[in-house]
Design a protein around this ligand. Structure first.
Ligand SMILES: N[C@@H](CCC(=O)N[C@@H](CS)C(=O)NCC(=O)O)C(=O)O
Length: 248
């Protein structure tokens, strides 16, 4: 079960779990958090999905709510204050984590979402590989905009997908069991789909092909993911903050 909380005031940025529920905190967007939300949902964790509203880029308070909390109360809570962050437990059992992949791995280990135990090394590798690839989208979205993303998509993505395709033929990435790598990969494919839609449909031969579509449907058909996606708690966008040149 998920409880969504939208935060607009610095003092509401969480410094500890509320009602003993784990808290996943990020901007009010998908960016580096959608895959962590999927992982918590698939693991059936009762958690708070805290979304900090950055406000309008033109306003004096833009991102201020977060920046004030980061410079203030969170200094003693997080070793490396950043977004996203994840809080769970108290006292000796306290977890306070930043780095989206560290959070994802923590969820994977704690809630048995690492897939087949013989393939955990592949899960680790895929998660980091996807971060490298996705950083191309983020960088271009904030610094350049739509055309730069479209041309990167056309030149680089066919080769990226060629490497993933053999892994997803009739299965999840590392076999029959879904893992955190699938949460991250689905969220990556979701971004590719947005890019294609933005480009007015597929311009590059066969990236979102039958195998990819079947894989996405396999993930979407997981009962908890399916129920989540049909609920008002599921966030479809935006991808980026409002000051981005694309996806904001
Ligand atoms: N490598 C970090 C990157 C974190 C990051 O760049 N966070 C951005 C949002 S995508 C942010 O706005 N952080 C808040 C800050 O820099 O104060 C991760 O994967 O979590």
């Amino acid at each position: 079960m998920v409880r969504v909380i939208v935060v607009t005031k610095c003092e509401d940025v969480p410094t500890k779990p509320v009602d003993d529920k784990p808290m996943l905190v990020y901007w009010n967007l998908l960016g580096l958090v959608q895959f962590n939300r999927f992982a918590l949902i698939q693991a059936d964790v009762d958690f708070c999905d805290v979304r900090i509203d950055a406000d309008e880029p033109s306003c004096a308070n833009f991102r201020k709510c977060w920046m004030d909390a980061k410079a203030g109360a969170l200094q003693d809570v997080l070793d490396f204050p950043n977004l996203p962050y994840f809080l769970d437990g108290h006292g000796e059992n306290k977890i306070a984590l930043t780095q989206s992949n560290a959070i994802l791995r923590h969820i994977g280990r704690r809630y048995n979402l690492m897939g087949n135990p013989c393939k955990e090394h592949l899960v680790d590798m895929i998660v980091d590989e996807l971060s490298d690839v996705e950083s191309n989208i983020t960088r271009r979205a904030y610094a350049h905009g739509k055309d730069a993303i479209a041309s990167w998509y056309e030149t680089d993505i066919p080769d990226v997908m060629k490497r993933f395709l053999p892994m997803i033929d009739n299965s999840f990435l590392t076999g029959d069991q879904v893992s955190i790598a699938d949460c991250k990969f689905y969220s990556f494919l979701y971004k590719l789909q947005l890019i294609e839609d933005e480009m007015g449909g597929p311009k590059t031969a066969d990236i979102m092909n039958d195998t990819v579509r079947a894989y996405m449907q396999r993930f979407e058909a997981l009962p908890r993911i399916k129920a989540y996606m049909a609920s008002p708690d599921y966030q479809k966008g935006p991808l980026n903050n409002r000051h981005a040149k694309w996806g904001g």
